[in-house]
Ligand binder design. Structure first.
Ligand code: NDP
Ligand code: OXD
Length: 307
């Protein structure tokens, strides 16, 4: 019987796996002290040493879309494949969060909340979606549905990716040389890139200066993409009117971090697109079955590329 080990999983998750993979033995660690070899490992953010202690594992299945922490750990053998999480739950969650934040900025909803506190009746010049330009950095499993929704709302939409992936109704930009052209004049920039050596610190002064004056920045990807001091400087100077950040270099965000107190930078606790076990487990089980049938598995991580 093949064995599936879930790192730091819950009983609820184990029950879901048992329903999807009745022929497999499902183990959770802790509390199970697993002595015998395991075939598959399901991981979120495993503690240090956990993966290194299991060199026999044939396939690692991530509960997260972002896997930079797994690669960085140095605990996974070169030949062991990693599958990242791509499912409808993440795509729906990220689309809802980004659109909610973008529309709230576009329609001045946060501003009117502040005005209400002071009993101020102060209408703003309201723009329509087609008068705004939105750039999505990343046209992958998350960037693509997000871009489609901006297009559907009528926003002028651009997508930037490595290979120049197209999204119907959006303008396509590709490669390093396409980055600044992609964000030039953008009212809203949404970051949905994976964190790699090439994308670390990508959201910095040059990018913010290229945006439309008074624009907005939305980070739903990773804190390591953003040069925090450059973002704060861009907002303080009025180049950007604000930002919303779901992810940070250090999580939980330390009490001393200036983002907590900035009046125009909003913080959420890494909740843009949480993994929904009911959807994710079905996807992981499907990939284990594909692996056992010798079929190609979608969304295998390219370790050299870093995503
Ligand atoms: P994908 O791998 O599907 O898409 C990544 C996109 O980024 C692709 O379009 C890719 O280009 C592009 N890209 C990668 N490197 C570069 C580069 N150097 N230059 C230009 N474009 C590049 O990832 P997902 O959409 O599934 O996820 C994106 C990220 O979102 C995750 O890595 C994770 O960090 C974050 N995330 C955050 C969550 C949250 O709750 N806050 C939840 C889930 C994910 P190409 O198409 O050419 O390969
Ligand atoms: C993810 C995340 O990458 O939760 O899935 O951030």
């Amino acid at each position: 019987m093949k064995r599936v080990l879930i790192a730091e999983g819950s009983e609820e998750m184990a029950a879901l796996f048992r329903a999807e993979l009745p022929e497999h033995e499902i183990l959770i660690h802790p509390p199970e002290a697993v002595g015998a070899p395991v075939d598959y490992m399901v991981v979120g953010r495993p503690s240090a040493g956990f993966m290194a202690a299991r060199p026999e594992v044939k396939l690692i299945l991530s509960l997260n879309a972002g896997i930079e922490h797994l690669l960085r750990s140095g605990e996974i053998a070169e030949q062991t494949p990693i599958v990242r999480m791509v499912d409808s739950g993440l795509a729906e969650g990220m689309t809802e969060w980004v659109l909610a934040e973008a529309l709230a900025w576009h329609r001045n909803i946060r501003l009117y909340e502040r005005f209400q506190r002071d009993h101020r009746w102060q209408p703003q010049a309201e723009k329509l979606a087609h008068e705004r330009l939105v750039t999505i950095l990343g046209a992958g499993a998350l960037g693509t549905p997000v871009a489609r929704h901006f297009v559907a709302f009528g926003f002028k939409t651009r997508v930037w990716s490595r290979s120049g992936r197209a999204v119907e109704g959006a303008e396509t930009f590709a490669g390093n040389e396409g980055l600044i052209p992609a964000v030039t004049g953008a009212d809203i920039v949404v970051n949905l890139l994976p964190l790699t050596a090439e994308t670390r610190d990508i959201a910095e002064a040059r990018l913010f200066s290229a945006q439309a004056k008074g624009g907005f920045f939305i980070n739903g990807a990773r804190g390591g993409h953003v040069v925090d001091a450059d973002l704060i400087a861009a907002v303080d100077s009025g180049q950007l009117s604000g930002a919303v950040l779901d992810v940070f270099r250090v999580e939980p965000l330390p009490e001393s971090d200036p983002f907590w107190r900035h009046p125009d930078i909003r913080v959420s606790p890494h909740v843009a697109a949480p993994t929904h076990p009911r959807i994710a487990v079905v996807e992981i089980a499907r990939n284990i079955k594909r692996f056992e049938r010798g079929e190609a598995i979608p969304h295998l991580v390219d370790k050299a590329r870093g995503y």
